[in-house]
Each structure stands twice: as C-alpha cells, then as structure tokens.
Design a protein. Structure first.
Lengths: 326, 304, 326
C-alpha cells in the first residue's frame, strides 16, 4: 500500500515537472522574458543588467531549475496585460472559481446520481425515457449556449435573477466569499446550473450504463436466485458495485469542472480564474497562461491522486492481497 | 447488383436503422443540414459576404412571423443587415468543415499511434500510453485553448488570420487523438497474437502490411462509433472556442462566432440573432449524437 | 392425477422466444417429476434446453423468453404463474440454485459472511448474531477450514473450489427442499470436480433436499444421480433410473450418446458417432426432432411427434416403443 502511494506520488511529480517544462518553454521561447518582466519601455542598459541578473546567459537546465524554484514559491513574474504579479492576480480570482466549481459539482452529483440510478432500475418507464432524451439534449448543448438560454429566460424575460457578476461578497481573510449573502447566492445560481449541466448528464449516463452492466452480472442473478429482496439487490448489491468504477471516473470529471468554468465565467462575466485565462489568451499574456496551466495541472494531479486512493479504500480486491489459496 | 442492395437492406444494421424512428429522423435531419450547409452557395437566398448586397437599412429586422418581419429575410437580420438564414447556412458549413477535419486528423494520429503502440510494445508503447493517459485527464477545451494561445503569442498578429483554420483543426485534433489510440491499441494487442498474424510474420510479410491489411479492418468498428461522437464534441469545441473569441477569424464566422456576435443584442431584445444559430448548432450536434448513440447500440453484440 | 410423492412436477412446459424473425420454441412439451430427496440428472448437448429448464423453474426467465404453456408445481402448488414477490419468497427458501462460475457468482465487494448472513436473515427469523453462527456452521459443513476466520474474507481470497463450496453454502442457507444445480463443476479443475460433487450429494442427502443436476458430463451423472432425463432440441427424449439409461438406453439418441463415451478397459468397442448435429431452434424438423439423424427412422417419425412412452426399463419418446399397432 505504501509502495503504491509512493509510486503515485512520483508519477505526480513527474507530470508536474513535464507541465513546468511546457510552461518554461512558453516563457523562454514565446515572447521575450526580459520584456515580460520589465515591460516594453525599459532601456537597453536595464535589459542587459536584468539579463545577467536573471541568469539568462546561463545554460537552459539551470534556468529551468530556477524557473521551477520560483514556480514552487508561486512567483511567475508580472502579467503582461495588467502589470500586477501573476500570483496575486490568480489568488484574488481563485475563490470565485472555487466556489462556483464546488457548487456546480455538488449539483451535478446530487441530481445526476439518483437520476442515473432511477433510469437504470426503471429501464422501460416513460419517465426514464424522457430523462434520457433530456440527457441527450444536455450533452448536445454547448455550455455557453445553456448559459445564454438561461440568461434569456431568467434574466431578460422573467427578470428573476441577475445575469452577470458575483454580487455582494464577504471578505474572510484573503478569501472572498459570495456564499454568505442572499445576493451572492442569487448571482451564483445561473452560472452554477450552467456549469453543472454537462457534468450532470455525463454522470447520469455513466451511472445508468454502469448499473445496467452490473445488473447483468452473475452475482446479481445468484442474489435473485437466493430470494433477496429487490431493495437488497438494487441498493445493497447493484448500487454498491456500480459506485466503485463510477466514483473514480466521476472524480476525474469533476476536476474538469474547474477548466470548464472558463466558458461559464465568460458568459456570466464571473470574476474567476477562467475569465482571467481567456483574457490572457486573447492578449497573449504568457505569464498568466503559464501560471494558470501549472495551477490547473496541480489541481488535476491532486484530484487524480485522491481518486486513486479512494479506489484503494473502496475496492477490497486492491486492499487485500490474495492469501494462501488452496 | 439488385441482390447486393437487397442483402444490404436486409442486413441487421439496416434493419435496426429502418425500424428505429429515432435513427431515421436523426439521419434525415442531418442529411438536410448537410445539404443546406455544404450547398450553401446554391441554397442560401442571400450572400452575407457580398458587401454590395447588404443594406444597412434592413439591419435588426425580426423574423418573418413577427411584427416588422420581412419575407426577404426569413429569420431576420443582424446589426449589419445580413440575412440570418444565409449567415447560418454558411456558418454551419464552417462548423462542419472544422469538425470533420479535426476528427479525421485525430483519427489518423490516433490510429497510427495506436497501431504502433500495440504492435511494437515495450518502451514506445509505455511512452505513448503515458502521454495519452495524462492528456486524457485534461479537458479537450483546455488543450485546444492552450495550443491556440501559444500560436497566437508566437506568431505575429498579421499572420493570425491565415493560419487560424489549420491551427484550430490541429488544436482540436490534438486534444482528441488519445481515445482513438487507446482503442486501437487494445484491438491491436488482441489481433497481434492471433494465428493469422503470426503466420503472416513467419512467411515474411512486412509489419506495415500486416498492420494495415489485417489488423486495421478489425479495429474500425469501435473507431467508427468513437468518431461519430467525436464529431459532435469537435463541433461543440470549435463553437466554444469561436464564442470565446479564439476560434475562426471573423471573416468566415462559424455558428459559434454568430452566437457570440448575437449575444450582445440579447438584452436589447433582438434575441433571434443569437438564438437561431444556437438552434442550428443544437440540431446539428443532437442529430449526430442520436446517430452515434444508435450506432453504438446497434453494433453492440451483447444487447441482442 | 397429482403424484403426491413428487416434490417438483413439470407438465408440458413450453418456453418461447419472440424475436423479430418469428417465434422460437426453446422448450417443447417438457414433462418430468422430481421426488423428495432424489437426485435427477438432466443431460444433453449445449443448446438442448437443460439450463433453460432450470431457469424457468426458478422463475428467472427474462424477456423475450416466456413460459407459453404448461405447469410447474412445487409440493402441489403452482409456481409458474406467481407474481414476482411471491416467487421471490419461493426462491432461496424452497428452491435453491447453484450456477456454473463460482468466481462471478459472488459479489466481490462483500465478505462471504455478509452474503451468507444476508441470505439467512432474509428467509429465517434469526438475529444477526444467530445468523452468523449458522453461517459458520454452514461453511464448516461444506468443508472450509478455519471457517470462523474465513467467514470475514472476501471472495477473491478463496480458490475456485473453495468458492464453489461457499456458493453451495449460500444455496443451502435457507434450507430449501430443491436445489437446481446448473453445471456446478464445469468451471472447476478436474481434480476438484469429484470433491464438489460428492459434497453436494452428501449435503443434500443429509438435509433431504432434492437436486436437479444439470450437466453435459455423463460421468458426473453416473456417479451421482438416481434418475436421469436426456434432453434434445428442447424436448425430453428419455428419462429413467440412471443405471438403466446408461447401461441399456432405449432411445436411439441416448444410445448414440452412450456409445460415444469411451470407457477404460473396453478396447474392442469402437466409438459410435451420430451423423449430423442437433438442429437449431428455428429449424426443428417436423415429427421427432431426432429423425433426420436416426439410424432406425421410420416413416412415421417424420410425420408425428412421439411423447414419452414406456420402453424397457425407462421412458423414451420414440415410436419404436409404440404398443398400439396401427
């Protein structure tokens, strides 16, 4: 077990290094680092000094090491577009994205999972067919379009909910939260629903197909032959066996929500990291792009690691090796 | 010849298609959309790119069934006076082109890498699969955005428009190859150990020939299902990128671009400028998805 | 006239499959009895309908298959038309089942003990603690060493033979009167097959449970069964006491079957081979299903279908034994 963790940690570090390499390459070869740091108006003298100071005359591996050292401390230099330090920019936007993502993920799970189970257990029913049809629609609607439609209906036509921004927020240390005000929640609803919809339909379809697969298994047949109640079979046996593979895939999907937030934040002008990233791409703001990339990679790697461990905890076949078989 | 057609019509797949109202409806819708967009030059009543035919006075006309509607412009016009119906058809053509091109490219890369990975095995296999695994855990849109952003930064601004299309196709394809590679690799591993392959090797048939003549045909079934679904995701990805402003150049707008432009007019009440391209996009993707779903069920031997 | 001694009575059972190419008759006019405590073997080639008969008796027939005609009575009571809830109470408590593959018959996520206790408490009014004791006894009686510890092990921690013992324990847990065993040893190593069969036989004898032993292995039947029914193309073609059917088969198909089994020491006899193969369900010939391959075919055989009639020591569905001379 310990061996497993260590190996996965090493893999994670490897991935992070690879991503750092890509980010480093972005810095070095796309655009000029000196210009990035000093801005367009620096004198030639300043440039030469900075070049020596930064060690840009040093061999590439040394520079890479320096880059990694800086990155680990969160120093990515200055944003080309805004002049602020990249890390402080990202930090100020992080809470918005995190809150949005977490609420959207929770929504997707809380609605998607039960619906998936229902449509698997009631395969032929009318309601199931309707839900499935809607889910297909959900997969076919791009997120931004869902956002636009929701804005059209709830903000423009009905006027019930606001259509942009985060609303009133409360400061808790360096974190700003919109969860403590009614206005904050009002602003959160439409973007959260928009962001959750795609994941919701994916979870629904995944749970359904996994559960149908499980229900075909021999141990379910044997359980029925033993006369166990429907509840025991569906929820005790089938559901538990469904959740094991579903948990891992879902965990990875939910990590994707943070990235998908890019689109939602754009539609709703939600002041999060995603919106920052898009603006960086449009502006070719390399430091911000590189920093966002590293941060996202970190989040993904951590989620991957957690999911792997979860799998370990949940499936006894991985936990307990085969003992003396005879 | 007639016998061949009859046999194809009577085959299990054709029968499954014939008797599924969903598959037939989706196919018909898709066919209509394809004809309309690929034949936009002939089908569209106006040419939205010909500045001479655009009349600013007709700007912001609502659809024909609403008050102030104009039968000349069935679905209304945008802020420049361009006919929405025509723009829509041309836009769909762009979306389709990019979607299909990127899927083909992704398939090419994925199939080749998957065949190599499965057949050669060893370190190369491990490397390719590791890259695929890592890439699979990142959402396609992020990868596509990144590639697009990097190119944007590396290439001077005036060149952007020229290379926008290939970059877009490349970006979406690069984001999508891993799933093909994985599937093809799996099938290759299975076929590699079959007797006919071993026999071919013994008689000195080259590996390339084995791969392409024997292994590849066996792999195409699942690849086809993947590709159908992938077309839908590719179209959505392109639309999203264009909506975000980093997709196709504004001179040849796709459905995503049209939606973005129309979005600005949502609040002032001219909803049709953004909604109709949206509907077209949904219809396109929905029919592809329905067909893909049906195809997967029809080709799945276990559901019988 | 109900045979009051019989535990299970199957009369004129007909199972149909409705497919797009028409109606397939998988079981046609199948009739047999199983007395209390007796072991009835059911043999035949793959596709002859043996497993299907067992499935129909347990009530686990899935659409597009359905019971189109006939009756199944357990202890005098009809069970083929019970609703799902009533049938559920019959399964496990009155009829137990054992399937072929012990690996897939057990839920990998639950311990053996949990699965046993669940089955026991579903049918018997015992507390969890009592059920656990009973489970340990059951495991001990099926020959699993150190049952008190192993009861908390997961299925993957047992070897194939051990797992099948667990499956047998599960099937017997609620003290059913009849066990339907569908190829219980086919998936096991040859060296273990005899042990498991002996175990099954011994346990059932002790408990006075009858067994319907479905297999294609005549050797197992010869060692274990009291009577045997031979199935062909969805029909019962011969049924009788085991040593009669094996030593002096009356039906031409059974004769061919017995003649094709090599026996040690019998060097002189050459193995017989029956020409052709069992017809597919959509191509069953009129009259007797075996008639195209029968060396003793008469004209009548392709016109009228024979029912089971008394032959020398057994019952055979063959016109050779028709006492009524036209």
């Amino acid at each position: 077990m310990a061996f497993f963790i260590v190996r996965r940690l090493l893999q994670a570090v490897g991935v992070m290094l690879a991503v750092a390499l890509i980010a480093f390459a972005l810095f070095q070869y796309v655009g000029d680092p000196v210009t990035i740091m000093l801005g367009q108006d620096a004198t030639e003298q300043d440039r030469i000094e900075l070049r020596a100071q930064l060690g840009l005359d040093q061999p590439a591996p040394v520079q890479f090491a320096r880059f990694v050292a800086n990155a680990v401390q969160g120093d990515f230099g200055l944003s080309l577009r805004q002049g602020q330090s990249v890390s402080s920019l990202l930090a100020s936007r992080l809470p918005a994205t995190v809150e949005l993502s977490v609420v959207a993920a929770a929504l997707a799970l809380v609605v998607g999972l039960p619906l998936g189970v229902y449509t698997a257990l009631n395969r032929k029913g009318r309601l199931s067919q309707a839900i499935l049809a809607l889910s297909l629609l959900g997969v076919s609607l791009p997120t931004f379009l869902i956002g636009i439609l929701l804005i059209l209906v709830f903000a423009v036509m009905l006027g019930w909910l606001p259509s942009y921004g985060r609303g009133a927020t409360v400061d808790l240390g360096w974190w700003t939260t919109g969860l403590l005000t009614v206005d904050g929640w009002k602003h959160l609803i439409l973007p959260a629903v928009t962001l959750s919809l795609f994941q919701l339909t994916l979870i629904l379809r995944l749970v359904r197909s996994e559960m149908l697969e499980v229900l075909r298994q021999d141990y379910i047949k044997f359980a029925r032959a033993r006369g166990l109640s429907r509840r025991a079979i569906h929820f005790g046996h089938a559901l538990k066996n469904t959740l094991v593979p579903v948990i891992t895939i879902t965990g990875l999907q939910l990590g994707g929500i943070i990235a998908f937030a890019i689109v939602t934040e754009t539609v709703f002008q939600w002041p999060g990291m995603g919106l920052l990233f898009i603006q960086a791409v449009q502006f070719a703001d390399i430091p911000v792009m590189a920093a966002y990339l590293c941060l996202i990679a970190l989040i993904f790697v951590v989620i991957n690691l957690l999911v792997d461990m979860l799998y370990f905890v949940v499936d006894p076949r991985l936990r307990i090796a085969r003992k003396g078989a005879h | 010849m007639g016998g061949l057609i009859y046999r194809a019509w009577d085959s299990d797949l054709a029968y499954a298609w014939r008797t599924s109202p969903v598959a037939v409806a989706a196919s018909l819708t898709l066919a209509l959309l394809l004809i309309g967009s690929l034949g936009a030059d002939w089908v569209a009543p106006h040419n939205p790119f010909d500045l001479a035919t655009i009349n600013l006075i007709d700007a912001l006309t609502p659809p024909v069934w609403m008050e102030n509607g104009n039968p000349l412009y069935l679905l209304g016009t945008d802020s420049q006076g361009r006919d929405l119906y025509s723009s829509l058809l041309y836009g769909m053509r762009v979306s389709l082109f990019i979607g299909l091109a990127s899927v083909l490219l992704a398939m090419l890369i994925g199939i080749v890498l998957g065949l190599i990975s499965g057949y050669v095995g060893g370190r190369l296999d491990a490397l390719i699969m590791r890259v695929a695994d890592v890439q699979l855990s990142f959402p396609a849109i992020l990868i596509a955005l990144l590639i697009d952003g990097v190119v944007r930064a590396a290439v001077p601004a005036d060149m952007h428009e020229n290379i926008a299309f290939p970059v877009l196709v490349f970006a979406i394809a690069l984001a999508g190859w891993p799933q093909y590679a994985r599937t093809v690799r799996g099938s290759t591993l299975v076929e590699k150990n079959r007797e006919y392959v071993q026999a071919a090797r013994v008689t000195g048939v080259s590996s390339t020939a084995i791969l392409f003549q024997h292994v590849l045909p066996n792999v195409l079934g699942p690849v086809l299902v993947l590709a159908t679904v992938h077309v839908a995701t590719a179209i959505i990805t392109e639309a999203t990128l264009s909506f975000l402003g980093v997709g196709v150049p504004p001179t040849s707008p796709s459905l995503g671009t049209l939606i973005r432009i129309g979005n600005d007019f949502l609040f002032s009440g001219e909803w049709w400028i953004t909604i109709f391209p949206g509907v077209a996009l949904v219809l396109l993707v929905l029919s592809v998805n329905l067909l893909g779903d049906w195809l997967r069920d029809a080709l799945n031997p276990r559901l019988n | 006239m109900p045979d009051t001694d019989a535990l299970l009575e199957v009369r004129n059972l007909r199972v149909e499959f409705h497919t797009r190419r028409g109606v397939l008759t998988a079981l046609d006019n199948v009739s047999f009895d199983i007395a209390r405590g007796e072991i009835l073997g059911v043999v035949g080639e793959s596709g002859a309908g043996k497993s299907l008969t067992g499935t129909a008796i347990i009530g686990l027939l899935e659409p597009p298959g359905r019971i189109a005609a006939g009756e199944i009575r357990l202890g005098g009571r009809r069970i083929d038309q019970l609703d799902e809830d009533a049938m559920r109470r019959v399964r496990g408590k009155e009829i137990g089942a054992i399937f072929q593959d012990p690996l897939t018959s057990l839920n990998p996520l639950y311990t053996v003990g949990q699965q046993l206790v669940e089955t026991i408490t579903t049918h018997l009014p015992l507390s969890n603690a009592q059920a656990r004791e009973r489970a340990i006894e059951l495991l001990e009686s099926t020959g699993i060493p150190a049952a008190r510890e192993r009861i908390d092990h997961y299925p993957h921690q047992f070897s194939g033979g051990m797992r099948q013992r667990v499956v047998i324990a599960l099937a017997l847990a609620a003290e059913p009167h009849l066990i339907v065993a569908d190829e219980p040893t086919t998936a096991l190593d040859v060296s273990i097959q005899a042990q498991i069969i002996d175990l099954l036989k011994g346990l059932c004898r002790d408990r006075g449970a009858a067994v319907m032993l479905i297999t294609h292995d005549m050797g197992v039947i010869a060692e274990t069964a009291d009577r045997v029914a031979v199935m062909y193309a969805g029909r019962v073609v011969e049924i009788g006491p085991v040593d009669r059917v094996i030593r002096a088969p009356q039906h031409p198909y059974t004769r061919g079957l017995m003649g094709s089994i090599p026996s040690i020491g019998d060097k002189s006899r050459s193995l017989t081979q029956i020409d052709g193969s069992m017809p597919r369900l959509n191509a069953i010939p009129p009259g007797c299903a075996f008639n195209p391959r029968c060396p003793q075919r008469m004209r009548r055989c392709s016109e009228e279908r024979p029912d089971l009639m008394p032959a020398d020591g057994t019952q055979a569905a063959c016109w050779l034994y028709d006492k009524v001379v036209p």
